[in-house]
Design a protein around this ligand. Sequence first.
Ligand code: NOJ
Ligand code: MG
Length: 591
Amino acid sequence: MDALLDTPTPNATGAPRLHVHPVHPATPDAQWWRTAVVYQVYPRSFADSDGDGVGDLPGITARLGHLVDLGVDAVWLSPFYRSPQVDGGYDVADYRAIDPVFGTLDDFDAMLGRAHSLGLRVIIDLVPNHTSDEHAWFREALAAAPGSPARGRYVFRPGRGATGELPPNNWHSIFGGPAWTRTTDPDGTPGEWYLHLFDTRQPDLDWGNPEVHAEFESVLRFWLDRGVDGFRVDVAHGLVKAEGLPDWDGVTSMVEGSRSDGSGPMFDQEGVHEIYRTWRRVLDTYPGERILVAEAWIDALPRIARYVRDDEMHQAFNFAFLTTPWDANRLRQSVLDSLAASDAVGAPTTWVLSNHDVVRHTARLGLTEAGSLPKGIGAGEEQPDTELGLRRARAATLLMLALPGVSYLYQGEELGLPEHTTMPDEARQDPAWFRTGGAETGRDGCRVPLPWEAGAPAHGFSPSGRSWLPQPASFARHALDAQRGVAGSTYELYRQALGLRRHLALGAGSLDCVDLEGTAPSEAVVLRNGELVVLTAFGPDPVVLPEGCDVLLASGSLATDERGRLLLPPDTTAWVLPAARHLPRARGAQG
Ligand code: NOJ
Ligand code: MG
């Protein structure tokens, strides 16, 4: 720690003083992917152009202006490939074709061209762990004999037991039930089993097979040649399985998996890294900083950092941050640990609070156990306090957007959209709901089509008023047109935050940890990025802001006490510029 920086400045007025401890240096002139804000589009639910009730590529193209107005740098699209849509398109039947429900390759090119002309980069989703059972390779494999090259692209094994009646090992599918399904031979007798970490219709590929490597390099080039700026790599920690596929008694789950040490035989094996080094070399032959983003549910930050070493991927989602409960000490520690782990390998930290797999943070933060991560919320489960959840979600986002590094936003969070927590069971589509026999509510509640216009059919999602998942009545209040230009709306808060973040170059900024005199560490997270101090109050009492500070933005209303001091209420974040006399100058402040 720098002793000089820690020297409190004199203070005659009784207003609290600040002490700062440097944590992370600024990265001026950083490449775009080190500082960007990326907006995730879930194509089925963004905007429907043709009235079939499912979002599509022309719908996205028509609404790209929204992302520009909001002020993001890039968009990541969840899969739009040809697929039976058993898992919302994460079951790919053809990696080089667009599913008719989303449009055509021409529609894709038009979307990409329009995005680029608006200055937005485009990241697409690559699903290399498994294909759909409708993929030509899997159909061929089923028709071929055991031991054939066609079967060698997947993980087929004979069963255990006297007649092969037991699965080859004890692994569980992440969506529930066994991770193995038995095939039937052409003569009708039971045959080999195949591995699927996810749905039975998502067979895992065998990444020990060079043909699989060659195919995915070719797929990468197919999309790079069309001009995409990068790939979000699905289940990036799962491609390589431990030799011999040993039994495993740990938990196999997307989310709980992340809370283990990541040592299960199906995840985070050393062999995955060579794959990403090879892909990095492919990307680096293209101009313009094309990137790889790891979706790897591993909790241990130093393990996650290994995916973003110099010669591997560029970004890896920080799910440890996403799963941190609403607690000042734990959130502060999560930020500090995250930066330490990514700094150790020279990579940016990739912050995220919501995506298409988790209960929206507006709902998570309104639960009794604030920030816990249930697997969906149904009508029979604890209902979040939506007002409290939204207040905290706005505070959490403002905290996140002040941090150096990359941030990902999930469509609808800029509208403060709630989770749909009372969806009728008949409407559900998530395979996790079906495979667990309803024990897991699943992810449909965060995937509901967006409300664009209050009062329009399907709240402006679709011209026909159709919507593949039902929208709750509360969506009317959250529609974009009900928030645009409305001071204090969540949309305007996001827009202002993104504008200031860009103006102050916060993505490339430094980070200091700040102690605020008179406020216990459990009551507030106080950090400084360059000159900007970000304070999040957790309660029970309001935080007294340093005297004379300039409040640039706040996630809720501030109050004033009888001495005229500004008060930051619990569950609120403020971005402030402290009066110069309270602080020594920030180190390495960015322009
Ligand atoms: C992670 C994706 O985000 C999720 O939606 C999907 O179900 C699984 N991977 C399987 O592809
Ligand atoms: Mg459509």
